[in-house]
Design a protein around this ligand. Structure first.
Ligand code: SAH
Ligand code: AVI
Length: 307
């Protein structure tokens, strides 16, 4: 049995059935996520783009010349383009993502838009050890870029572990530029994860389609419903697929029972205060040197250096 299959079965055997959010992202899932970023309710992307456009000069000054930009969970590299247009003499751009076709197509587009740039895509699950390529030009500094508040999709211990991996990848003189979604009026957050066009519901259900197609599963997509609720005390959205009937399903030859009303947890999306994130960064060996927010203070982009 593959490591992935063992992980999937372990998650589904827990009292709270759980599937990792990394299984959202087959080609269809990556496209659905792109549609989410265009929704009027999904404030995260607009707010982060506003910050990038407004403050990219300051970011470029901090990053300096001839850096290597290593992006975790690059998707279609939308916000990255703003950096690529403004960074001085970049040594390399290394987008890392689990969604292979989508990553390679995005990297091809970046290469055609930025002629001279050394673009080195890496298909990997960044929660597991993976090798980074050696760029042709030796970088002065490694900058790990982690936009989108994807850090919010990890529980505290996993998020800390990921920040430590980034700390190691950044190396001696390195830095982390990270997008972090902020705590705010719960109604704004609820709307972002329960959009009126049902795209987020489709994105959530697509995880089951992905498992049916590639992980030998037999989920009945019509028998599950999307649910997303913001838990204000925990500061996180809980995203689930709720079974609409008593039913059974199989993954990789292992059978599971699920009762009507029982939920499979597919994702958390944590929202932080600036203080909470700063404490996490500190514990992973980073100091937050600069925080930029949008005018409404919905979202933040933070530049962290090794402390
Ligand atoms: N950075 C982009 C995309 C965010 S969506 C943006 O801000 O818009 C999250 C991205 O992370 C997706 O492209 C997904 O394929 C990737 N991803 C999620 N979990 C991953 C993992 N464990 N390893 C590698 N990539 C992952
Ligand atoms: C990728 N990640 C930051 C998104 C989020 O907002 O947590 C994933 C997502 N899930 C539902 N909508 C968007």
């Amino acid at each position: 049995m593959t490591e992935e299959m063992a992980e999937l079965i372990e998650g589904l055997n827990q009292p709270q059935k759980t599937i990792s959010p990394k299984y959202f992202y087959d080609e269809n899932g990556s496209q659905l996520f792109e549609k989410i970023t265009e929704l009027p309710e999904y404030y995260l992307t607009d707010a982060e783009l506003e910050i990038m456009r407004e403050y990219v000069d300051e970011m470029a000054r901090l990053i300096g010349r001839q850096a290597s930009l290593i992006e975790f969970g690059s998707g279609s590299s939308l916000k990255t383009r703003i950096l690529l247009e403004n960074l001085d003499n970049l040594a390399a751009y290394v987008p890392v993502d689990i969604s292979e076709d989508h990553l390679l197509e995005s990297a091809r587009k970046i290469r055609s838009e930025f002629d001279l740039l050394d673009v080195r895509p890496v298909v990997a699950d960044f929660t597991k050890p993976f090798a980074l390529p050696n760029p042709t030009v030796t970088p002065i500094r490694n900058v790990v870029y982690f936009p989108g508040s994807t850090i919010g999709n990890f529980e505290h211990e996993e998020a800390m572990e990921l920040l430590r991996v980034m700390h190691t990848e950044a190396g001696e003189n390195g830095a982390l530029l990270i997008g972090v979604d902020l705590q705010k009026d719960p109604d704004i957050i609820d709307a972002a994860y329960n959009d009126s066009q049902g795209v987020t519901a489709e994105f959530n259900l697509n995880m089951l389609r992905h498992l049916n197609n590639e992980f030998d599963a037999d989920f009945d997509l019509d028998a599950f419903e999307h649910r997303a609720e913001y838990d204000e005390d925990e500061g996180r959205v809980v995203i689930e697929l709720v079974s609409q009937e008593d039913q059974t399903f199989e993954v990789g030859g292992t059978g599971f029972d699920i009762a009507e009303g029982e939920a499979i947890l597919t994702e958390y999306s944590h929202k932080y205060t600036l203080e909470q994130f700063s404490d996490m960064a500190e514990a992973a060996g980073f100091s937050v040197l600069k925080v930029w927010t949008d005018a409404e203070q919905l979202f933040s982009v933070q530049y962290c250096v090794r402390s």
